[in-house]
Unconditional design. Structure first.
Ligand SMILES: *Cc1c(COP(=O)(O)O)cnc(C)c1O
Length: 223
């Protein structure tokens, strides 16, 4: 058994148990930023299909070495307008959309391909972070994504402020769930709430996450 093998099995079991307790189903996104293509390949051989990357250029370089695999690529890092074209061409999911200005750029660059699956990133409690829209801007942003013909609105993503205070994290996750449930009412295609990382994914699942983003617990610490 490789080290990946036991880490992967452990994470899948823990995620599935947490989902069972919550009465839900959850998917695991393997966050492979800074990790080499061989590490991605090893995990893919165990059955993992969805991989998350933070940096567009780094992801494209790795993707070139993995074209023989049928993987699903998610951008989870901040997006600049000059990268919209590359994201629309090279990714299946964008989890970090946070402003309206990017929507027409992405929409145009995605022409002729299957719709780009989009999550809107919400800044739920981290005043020090500039990423994510404020909750008040969410309804208008969601409507604009839903109207773009080459984008498909699938839900929300959040990175709560890193804090050892579990009650605080839980509160942030619970607030995301409220926003998510409100969003599903007006948008029938919305089915994905992306929250929870290596340290807190079980807590996130208990509060309604349907997609957890796991890096360190799968691949080991990043340099
Ligand atoms: C790096 C990263 C993760 C994974 O974090 P781990 O603590 O290593 O599991 C998840 N989501 C985002 C947005 C990240 O940047």
């Amino acid at each position: 058994m490789t080290s990946f093998d036991s880490a992967y099995t452990d994470i899948l079991h823990r995620a599935r148990d947490a989902a069972k307790r919550a009465g839900s189903v959850v998917r695991v996104l393997a966050v492979s930023k800074t990790k080499p293509p061989e590490a991605i390949r090893s995990l893919a051989e165990l059955g993992q299909r969805a991989f998350g990357e933070n940096y567009v250029q780094e992801a494209i370089v790795k993707q070139r070495e993995l074209t023989d695999l049928s993987l699903e690529w998610h951008l989870i890092g901040p997006l600049q307008s000059n990268k919209c074209r590359d994201v629309a061409q090279h990714f299946d999911w964008l989890q970090s959309l946070d402003r309206a200005k990017l929507i027409p750029l992405l929409d145009r660059a995605r022409e002729g391909k299957p719709p780009l699956e989009v999550l809107i990133q919400v800044n739920i409690d981290d005043e020090t972070s500039k990423s994510g829209c404020v909750p008040a801007d969410l309804p208008a942003l969601a409507d604009t994504v839903a109207e773009a013909s080459n984008l498909r609105l699938r839900g929300l993503m959040a990175i709560p402020e890193p804090t050892p205070d579990r009650d605080r994290r839980r509160t942030a996750f619970a607030r995301m769930r409220v926003l998510f449930e409100a969003l599903t009412k007006g948008h029938s295609e919305v089915d994905t709430l992306s929250m929870g990382m290596s340290e807190d994914f079980e807590l996130a699942i208990a509060e309604g996450a349907t997609l957890v983003r796991i890096g360190t617990a799968l691949f080991g610490a990043r340099a």
